[in-house]
Design a protein around this ligand. Structure first.
Ligand code: LMR
Length: 398
């Protein structure tokens, strides 16, 4: 039965981790996947998370099934984090949150929902966008198109091009937007630019789909949610948010994400939620408990929440310092043209390295980056910074 099954290439991001793991070189560095490593090169277990974990282990509660749409404490805390606890939309019962299997699960569940509600819509994603966006929406049967976003020559956003492309989209097109820490470019809209984009979405009757996987990784919990807060105030009645705690809680493998849907009325919201529950039941039935219990435990305790915010702040500050360090060391190695890395936000930098240069980094130095030139700045440390800077400078000269 499988004789004609075609062997397809590995995933452009997670496939790199497989290659990295198989690489015997002691000096290897994985700048591929978006994971934050601490100075010791480990994925940190946050203190606030550890505390809840110890409590849960001591309690050793029975493991029944969660509701199809997840743990109520978790979903409530999530929508409050995204929209702010005083959001009038929350008070009006127009915001429903579903626990999902990571941010990707939120995208997929949201895509499945929209395929039912807007079966003929097209989805527009930024050029470039996270590799998996196209795959997830394509898998559901959407036609995926690009809107202009990044100007590689200037290492920044082509904002005029973006607005022009959004204005050309048909009414009802779903527009996927990265709330903060744009993946892969690290180039974010300013608050004023968000206002302009939202105005175009409203005027053209486009459907916003916000992906927020790095809340707190650039400026802070509130600031990084600006796009969601502005949309909530905009008068646009319906939109979707896919969110993730993988990075902000350092809980990658726990797959803790959420799909949050804003509906026009509380009644609509209940109907939408009933559809989401059907989608999930037919897909994986209900989500798992542990990661959501960790997040809910932290967010539900004022003391642990404060500790988490402080730890998140430390990660954010350290990433900014790593960016500065990389830029400085690249300049010291004769490559001052990378100064733009300092201005980018979040984990990633679109380095401008070509595929051939990325290949050289891997083959000659054991440094793994995404083929598009995206590097994960959050995987640098004082231990590997010199090595990476020398290698990047060397391949960019050659
Ligand atoms: C990334 O872009 O590296 C992360 O979001 C991890 C992933 O699943 O690709």
């Amino acid at each position: 039965f499988f004789a004609n099954v075609e062997l397809v290439p590995g995933d452009p991001i997670l496939g790199l981790t497989e290659a990295y793991n198989a690489d015997p070189r002691a000096t290897k560095v994985n700048l591929g996947v978006g994971i934050y490593y601490d100075e010791a090169g480990r994925i940190p277990v946050l203190d606030a998370v550890r505390e809840v974990e110890q409590r849960l282990a001591a309690e050793a509660k029975p493991r029944g099934y969660l509701p199809i749409d997840g743990m109520p404490d978790y979903t409530k805390a999530t929508r409050e984090l995204l929209f702010g606890v005083d959001s009038p939309l929350l008070a009006a019962g127009r915001v429903a949150t579903t626990q999902t299997v990571g941010g990707s699960g939120a995208l997929r569940t949201g895509a499945d929902l929209l395929k039912k509600v807007l079966p003929h819509a097209t989805i527009a994603i930024s050029n470039p966008s996270w590799e998996n966006h196209r795959a997830v929406f394509g898998a559901v049967g959407f036609e995926v198109v690009d809107y202009t976003y990044f100007d590689a020559a200037r290492h920044g956003i082509d904002f005029a091009g973006m607005l022009a492309d959004l204005r050309k989209l048909d009414a009802g097109t779903v527009v996927l937007l990265h709330a903060c820490c744009h993946n892969p470019t690290g180039a974010d809209l300013t608050v004023d630019q968000w206002r302009e984009v939202i105005e175009v979405l409203r005027e053209r009757d486009l459907f916003p789909f916000i992906d927020i996987a790095y809340q707190g990784f650039d400026q802070g919990i509130e600031q990084d949610a600006a796009a969601i807060r502005l949309l909530a105030e905009s008068g646009i009645a319906t939109f979707v948010v896919a969110s993730s705690y993988s990075k902000s809680f350092s809980l990658y493998g726990e797959r803790v994400g959420a799909l949050t849907v804003v509906s026009g009325t509380a009644e609509e919201s209940r109907a939408v939620q009933s559809q989401i529950k059907r989608i999930i039941r037919a897909n994986y039935s209900s989500p798992s408990t542990h990661g959501a219990a960790l997040v809910a435990g932290v967010l539900g305790s004022p003391e642990l929440r404060a500790r988490w915010e402080a730890e998140l702040g430390q990660m954010r500050t350290r990433i900014h310092a790593l960016r500065a360090g990389l830029v400085e060391k690249l300049a010291a190695n004769g490559a001052p043209e990378f100064a733009f890395i300092q201005d980018q936000a979040g984990m990633f930098s679109y380095s401008g390295l070509s595929r051939a240069q990325v290949d050289r980094l891997r083959d000659e130095f054991g440094i793994y980056a995404v083929g598009t030139g995206r590097i994960c700045v959050a995987a640098l440390s004082l231990k590997n910074l010199d090595y990476v800077a020398e290698a990047v400078a060397a391949v960019s000269r050659g």
